[in-house]
Design a protein around this ligand. Structure first.
Ligand code: FES
Ligand SMILES: [Fe+2]
Length: 477
């Protein structure tokens, strides 16, 4: 597994293969996972790549106000987006305000279940709840003149009601948006004619059947302002091609170049990066024992006999076994049935438009990317850590989001491992340079790799589909 792989330096026809068929010459994810001691579930034993073309992607998609406005109308107002976790609103009266551009949605736990309302008063439009985030109330009272609705959306009282004989309670119910629940997430959709959440999720319910994110709680919620378009930000986190240049410290213990990329329907893609193996880019691969030693992040004082690679064992086996014990004890969970792959690999799903899910156990993250305050060249990148629910007792309450400013390092978030904080800081520097470079370029668009950047092409293609549907409706008016 540690053989040195000769790499061509100049692109061109590679081994006479059709476009999209070439792969990094290292061992594939499937080769590696097939040798695991505790086998991976079937869903990780399959690949699902498709060549999607090779034309450039126009930079104006990331810079122009016009494109931004089109997205606001035809994409953000038409797609399912997760607004919050169910644990953010556990009791009747708990609410969460979710905002996307100028859209603002009030998600409320009511006596009739979870409902979502347009966050705008039916008197003169004031936001019923001005700030994004969690809160609790027994009725929904506007801060301007005090019009009040029940949690279920019925008009309850209007100060000086004698002045509003034309306001009939039947027509002044709070308008609702569609709500869907999956994996402990509350999704909303501003489009009343959108397909169901279930069909929108495509393969996700099947792939996540044994990774029930509803059985997790939010341990950490942080946000970072990124100096780039929301798509620029997202796209840097759905390919692993940049690891070689941007995060060279990760080359030990990550199969960076032989990451597997999968594309499914319109809304879902995946990458699968194996851990506990050498990068095919390394001149001098590490031994299995050195791989184990290099993979430890966080508390290095825990190195002990459990981390010694025995005769015939691999680094993957040893790390997975060790983490099963350490994380199982820490979170009060039985992880004995979890495969090596699910313990140590980086498995990342993207759900269009802006949700990224890591179902693995050791880095159980969720990302979300949103435009920030109507600026096409700023975005809010959020990271949640979802830990397994303890088998006994209640999990802690979900935390408020910790916000990291545009010029600040991720290291201000004390709960984030410093090794990860450094990786994310390296990404921020690139994103700023890339967003500025879009405007500085003579060449009008970006050129993508056929395999390693296929998720970006798939994502941009889905953006186009939504915008095109909007245009065709406008033409038919
Ligand atoms: S704007 Fe809401 S009560 Fe007047
Ligand atoms: Fe990165």
């Amino acid at each position: 597994m540690n053989e040195r792989i000769p790499m061509p330096l100049i692109p061109g026809d590679y081994a006479g293969l059709p476009p999209g068929a070439a792969r990094c010459p290292g061992p594939s994810v499937q080769d590696i996972v097939a040798r695991d001691a505790v086998p991976a579930p079937q869903i990780l034993r399959e690949s699902h790549y498709e060549f999607l073309g090779e034309t450039d992607i126009d930079y104006r998609r990331y810079t122009s106000r016009e494109h931004y406005e089109q997205e606001m109308t035809h994409l953000w107002a038409k797609t399912w987006q997760w607004a919050c976790r169910e644990e953010h609103i556990p009791q009747v009266g708990d609410y969460y305000v979710y905002e996307i551009g100028h859209h603002s949605v009030l998600v409320v736990r009511t006596g009739e279940g979870i409902k979502a309302y347009y966050n705008s008063c039916l008197h003169r439009g004031t936001k019923l709840r001005p700030e994004e985030g969690m809160g609790s109330a027994q009725e929904l009272r506007c801060p301007f003149h005090g019009w009040t609705w029940t949690l279920e959306g019925a008009l309850k009282s209007v100060p000086c009601a004698w002045d509003f004989p034309h306001v009939k309670p039947e027509t002044y119910r709070l308008p609702e948006l569609r709500v869907g629940l999956w994996g402990g997430f509350v999704f909303i959709n501003l489009d009343e004619n959108a397909p169901s959440l279930e069909s929108y999720l495509e393969v996700l319910p099947e792939h996540f059947r044994d990774w029930d994110l509803g059985q997790r709680y939010t341990e950490l919620h942080m946000g970072k302002i990124l100096p780039c378009n929301w798509k620029t930000g997202l796209e840097a986190f759905i390919e692993s091609y940049h690891v070689l240049e941007t995060h060279p410290q990760l080359l030990h213990g990550t199969g960076d170049a032989n990451v597997q990329y999968d594309v499914y329907g319109d809304h879902v893609t995946r990458f699968y990066a194996v851990g506990g193996v050498n990068s095919p880019h390394l001149d001098e691969p590490l031994s299995e024992q050195a791989l184990v030693d290099s993979m430890l992040i966080g508390d290095r004082s825990v190195v002990n006999d459990a981390l010694v690679v025995g005769e015939g064992e691999t680094a993957r086996t040893v790390m997975a076994r060790f983490l099963r014990k350490v994380l199982g004890d820490k979170y009060g969970s039985d992880l004995s049935g979890v495969s090596d792959a699910e313990m140590i690999d980086t498995i990342e799903y993207h759900l269009f438009p802006n949700m990224v899910l890591f179902p693995g156990v050791s880095l159980p993250m969720v990302y979300r990317f949103r435009p920030l305050k109507d600026d096409p060249e700023r975005c809010l990148f959020e990271i949640l850590f979802l830990r397994p629910l303890p088998e006994q007792g209640l999990p802690p309450d979900p935390p408020e989001m910790v916000l990291v400013g545009e010029e600040e390092s991720y290291s201000v978030v004390k709960a984030l491992d410093p090794v990860l904080a450094r990786v994310y800081d390296q990404d921020t520097a690139n994103l700023r340079a890339q967003q500025q470079g879009f405007r500085a370029s003579k060449k009008p668009g970006q050129t993508l790799g056929n395999y390693q950047e296929v998720r970006i092409r798939h994502f941009e293609r889905a953006v186009d589909r939504y915008l095109a549907r909007g245009f065709s409706k406008e033409e038919n008016r």
